[in-house]
Design a protein around this ligand. Structure first.
Ligand SMILES: [Zn+2]
Length: 123
């Protein structure tokens, strides 16, 4: 892989990472607000707020699910950035062949080449 191409991917990775970090912060704030709301709900007329509390906890669970997705994305991005530093970026973890630049442009944190990915999906 050419240094110039790696630069392009690195830039994308850094942009993606800061987007995800921002998303995560917004979700964490939402979670905090939701849990504070349900605490005050519990103190006042509980039964009236049952439906709302249920909706809140559903929202919260959805957020937690999202949060872990975003978290693992950030981990993938960090791993890819590590590989750039180790000069092992863009190499498939299964067959050790170079991953095509087109694929990396679309998914800069891809660990596997398109062939291995397809094989994995078949299984
Ligand atoms: Zn491969």
């Amino acid at each position: 892989m050419e240094a110039k191409q790696i630069e392009v991917c690195k830039k994308k990775l850094l942009e993606l990472r800061s987007e995800h970090i921002k998303e995560m912060q917004i979700m964490e704030q939402d979670n905090l607000r939701n849990s504070m709301q349900s605490v005050s709900g519990n103190l006042s007329a509980y039964s009236q707020h049952m439906a709302e509390t249920a909706a809140d906890s559903f929202e919260r669970e959805k957020n937690i699910g999202l949060l872990s997705t975003v978290n693992s994305m950030i981990k993938e991005i960090n791993d890819a950035l590590c590989k750039i530093n180790n000069n092992s970026y863009g190499i498939c973890e299964i067959c050790n062949q170079e991953i095509s630049f087109i694929r990396l442009e679309a998914i800069p944190y891809a660990r596997h080449c398109i062939n291995c990915k397809r094989n994995m999906e078949k299984k």
